[in-house]
Design a protein around this ligand. Structure first.
Ligand code: HEC
Length: 116
């Protein structure tokens, strides 16, 4: 009889492990998705939103500012050559997540520390 108890608890452990793995998997899949959206901005705004000049950097801007600018491009309030079209391709939720991502980055591009 004690044998079946052990089997039951090992199934429970397995179930716990699976649910743990799944929840972390979903979280990282979401952030991967946001990074992919943000990566499409990098083509023009620089890697990770750090412009190399001649273009506005997105990294380190305030989340609310980024959302407002994107919405103003969408509505046509902000005149643009490209962004008025591009912004329409993203839902309010996507814009919020992209804005949160860029806002989470430091304003200045982190300097890569050299390893000797
Ligand atoms: C094809 C090039 C291109 C891509 C890709 C692009 N942008 Fe832009 N972005 C521009 C240009 C050009 C401007 C200047 C306004 C204009 O003429 O459209 C701009 C301006 C902006 C501004 C205003 C900057 C400021 O602070 O004044 C924001 C915010 C912005 N883009 C966000 C984004 C986001 C977020 C993405 C990715 C979802 C993105 N852009 C992708 C070209 C691009």
């Amino acid at each position: 009889m004690s044998h079946s108890i052990i089997r039951k608890s090992s199934w429970m452990m397995a179930g716990l492990l699976v649910s743990l793995l799944c929840s972390t998997g979903i979280a990282s899949a979401q952030s991967l998705q946001v990074k992919q959206w943000a990566a499409s901005c990098s083509a023009c705004h620089g890697t990770d939103g750090y412009s190399e000049g001649g273009m506005a950097s997105l990294a380190g801007q305030k989340k609310a500012d980024l959302i407002e600018k994107m919405n103003d491009y969408k509505s046509g309030k902000r005149v643009a050559s490209i962004m008025h079209q591009l912004s329409k391709g993203y839902s309010a939720e996507q814009i919020e997540q992209i804005a949160e991502y860029f806002a989470s980055l430091p304003h200045e591009k982190p300097v890569a520390t050299k390893t000797k």
